[in-house]
Design a protein around this ligand. Structure first.
Ligand code: SF4
Length: 65
């Protein structure tokens, strides 16, 4: 498996920029109400790079396998 985006929820302010930018990857959890990463085989690198750049709190990062 390739690298996976992760969210550091300690810094997330729930601004929803990642949801708007990349709804195939980021969503709001029905269980916790917080932003989470959808389980995918492959992640769209460019869209996620954009979400990383747009996140005002710098809390999205790639996790290497
Ligand atoms: S863009 Fe960053 S701060 Fe905003 S909801 Fe997504 S992870 Fe949280």
């Amino acid at each position: 498996m390739g690298k996976v985006p992760v969210i550091d929820l300690r810094d997330c302010t729930d601004c929803e920029a990642c949801l708007e930018l990349c709804p195939t990857v980021f969503r709001r959890s029905n269980e916790t109400g917080q932003i989470e990463v959808v389980d995918l085989e492959d992640y769209p690198e460019e869209e996620i790079a954009e979400a990383i750049a747009m996140c005002p709190c710098d809390c999205i990062a790639w996790q290497e396998p």
